[in-house]
Each structure stands twice: as structure tokens, then as C-alpha cells.
Design a protein around this ligand. Structure first.
Ligand code: HEC
Length: 159
């Protein structure tokens, strides 16, 4: 790269880079860059895929009527994702990569956030039932939670 180190839009001479120290130089891009809408789409789809796997995995435990206590952490993870869902759909993240997000997410923001909150609440209850070792309650709440997934998909996700 010759005389300069190119980082995003900044061009810093080697001498200055040395003066700043490698640590400082490496930390600059974090403040200079934002995540593109195209990348946000990939991140949320990865999170949904993991979330879907976690949720499906709980079904085997429900069917086997096994001890639900160890499943609390997974229910907590679902709730954690539920709280983050609105952050994964900032304005403008409807384009840049193939996405099934429907325009209603942004035109009916309150409805979308309510759908995310309904899912979070259902997952929180799932966690409480797991911690209590309530196998039957957990099985019933698993279905309730699944209904909150479908409710959001029906309104806000393309087929
Ligand atoms: C508040 C709305 C909402 C809730 C709640 C929700 N989803 Fe989704 N889901 C979406 C949207 C919107 C997409 C499309 C995202 C995109 O393509 O950018 C999606 C995508 C997905 C995908 C595809 C991911 C990929 O590989 O592209 C899976 C799997 C999924 N959801 C499963 C679930 C499951 C299982 C639940 C419940 C445990 C759930 N979702 C809850 C809105 C929701």
C-alpha cells in the first residue's frame, strides 16, 4: 500500500499511524463505520435461523416429556432475541440483500413492535415454567409461543 494506510475513507500516513500506535489505529474503523442495511439483513436472518433452531429443538424435549429445567437458558435466549427484534429492523433495512421483511414492518411500526413484545412475553413465561420444572405447562406454553411466531410472520413476513 506504499505511503498510506487506507481505512474506510481515512488515509493515514505511516508516520502518523506509528505515532498513534497500532491499537489506536485498529480501533478507528469501529467509530468510522456503520453496519450497512445489506449486512443488517444478513445478521437478522442468521439470528432468526438460530432462533428457529432453538425453538424447534425444544419440541423434542416437549414430546419426550423430559425434565424441562435445563431448557430455561434456551427460553431465555429466545426472549433475549425477542427484545432485540425491533433493533434488527431499522428504517432503510428493506433492501440491499434478498429479504422477506414486508413494508408493514415500517408502515405499522407499533404493530410490529407489539408482535415482537408478544413473542418476548411468551418466551419469558416459557422460561419461568422451565425453571419451575412444570413439564405440562411448558408444553402448553411452547404452543402459545409458536403462535406468536406465526402471528408476526402472517403480517410482517413474505411467504
Ligand atoms: C415480530 C416478528 C417476528 C417474530 C415474533 C418472529 N419472526 Fe421469524 N421472521 C420475521 C421476519 C420479518 C422475517 C424475515 C427477515 C428477513 O428476511 O429479513 C423472519 C424470518 C424467520 C426465519 C427465516 C430466517 C432465514 O434463514 O432467513 C425463520 C426460520 C424464522 N423467522 C423463525 C421464527 C420462529 C421459530 C419464531 C418464534 C420462535 C419467529 N420467527 C418469530 C418476523 C418474526
Amino acid at each position: 500500500m506504499g505511503e498510506t494506510i487506507l481505512m474506510g475513507k481515512r488515509i493515514i500516513p505511516y508516520g502518523l499511524a506509528a505515532l498513534l500506535g497500532a491499537g489506536t489505529v485498529l480501533s478507528l474503523p469501529a467509530t468510522a463505520q456503520t453496519t450497512s442495511p445489506a449486512d443488517i439483513i444478513l445478521i437478522r436472518q442468521a439470528a432468526y435461523a438460530l432462533n428457529g433452531g432453538t425453538f424447534a429443538g425444544l419440541k423434542a424435549a416437549v414430546e419426550a416429556k423430559s425434565d424441562v429445567k435445563p431448557l430455561a437458558a434456551r427460553a431465555d435466549a429466545l426472549a433475549k432475541w425477542g427484545r432485540a427484534i425491533p433493533l434488527a429492523f431499522p428504517a432503510g433495512s428493506d433492501t440491499g440483500n434478498p429479504t422477506k421483511a414486508l413494508p408493514a414492518i415500517w408502515s405499522d411500526r407499533a404493530g410490529f413492535e407489539k408482535a415482537a413484545a408478544n413473542f418476548t412475553e411468551a418466551a419469558e413465561k416459557l422460561s419461568i415454567l422451565a425453571k419451575a420444572g412444570d413439564t405440562d405447562g411448558f408444553a402448553a406454553q411452547w404452543k402459545v409461543t409458536g403462535d406468536t411466531c406465526s402471528a408476526c410472520h402472517k403480517e410482517y413476513r413474505a411467504k
